[in-house]
Design a protein around this ligand. Structure first.
Ligand SMILES: [Zn+2]
Length: 262
């Protein structure tokens, strides 16, 4: 482009105005938004006018671009949900459609929301949560809300349990196992339900659980547990100290009290 008033006015004379354009003081304006459609006084190297987007075209373009981005984001979330291993029944729960009338539960609810609001920092710090409490107080529901929120934010999330991970090990599903090991947030539901026993014949599974937790610990990748047992319960009967220590170091322990939810 070059500045050349003479060429500019030549080009202007040869230009055929569109229906939504008007010529005023040597500048072509959009009749919708009254902002310029050409760059005044300058011409392209071939002597033609330099067209620019008026405000309304710019806005339309921006909206289209945003719509495309939003569509791509939604597609990505759908994909992430598909591979999250989350059960159908929990796939639609969210903080927004969860009632928290019980004061004790509200405290935990707020902590879970807070965790998700600081998801990027928690992912970076490798900080997780360990929710324990009696059957039916709503631990799984709350952690599923967290998982769905983190998926919406575009994080890679897996929502599963040790029994299913044991199946992956037994079927040698290394692809899925690697995803479980490396995803941004790993949710282990109903931890302890698999009922491994100290010094039991399931020592191999104890070792695998330790390896998984230890790998994520070393890589500073957060884990969120829900369990009917406190860590002390698990240490007493089910898991060895090395495993429990790792969980304790990574996770804030939260006890969910309150009445049965269902
Ligand atoms: Zn316009």
């Amino acid at each position: 482009m070059k500045r050349n008033k003479e060429l500019y006015f030549d080009a202007l004379r040869n230009y055929e105005l569109a229906d939504d354009e008007v010529l005023r003081d040597g500048v072509i304006y959009c009749t919708n938004c009254d902002t310029p459609r050409v760059f005044p006084d300058f011409v392209n190297d071939d002597g033609t006018l330099i067209h620019i987007a008026c405000k309304c075209r710019d806005m339309a373009h921006w909206k289209l671009e945003n719509a495309e981005k939003e569509w791509a984001r939604k597609q990505n979330v759908l994909h992430l949900k598909e591979i999250s291993l989350m059960d159908e029944r929990y796939s639609t729960v969210s903080f927004l459609n969860t009632r928290t009338e019980n004061a004790e539960l509200k405290k935990v609810y707020d902590k879970c929301v807070d965790y998700c609001l600081n998801a990027a920092k928690n992912a970076y710090d490798g900080k997780g949560m360990y929710l324990s409490g009696a059957v039916g107080v709503g631990k799984t529901h709350l952690t599923a809300c967290m998982a769905n929120e983190l998926l919406e934010q575009g994080f890679k999330v897996k929502f599963t349990n040790i029994s299913r991970i044991a199946d992956l090990i037994l079927t040698n599903d290394t692809t899925e196992l690697n995803q479980v090991r490396n995803c941004d947030f790993l949710f282990l539901d109903d931890f302890g339900k698999e009922l491994v026993w100290k010094n039991g014949s399931d020592g191999w599974l104890q070792q695998k659980v330790f390896n998984l937790i230890n790998d994520r610990y070393n890589a500073m990748r957060p884990m969120i547990f829900s369990s009917n047992y406190t860590l002390m319960d698990l240490l007493a009967k089910h898991y060895d100290r090395a495993t429990i220590d790792r969980i304790r170091e990574m996770c804030e322990q939260i006890e969910v009290k309150g009445d049965n939810w269902r």
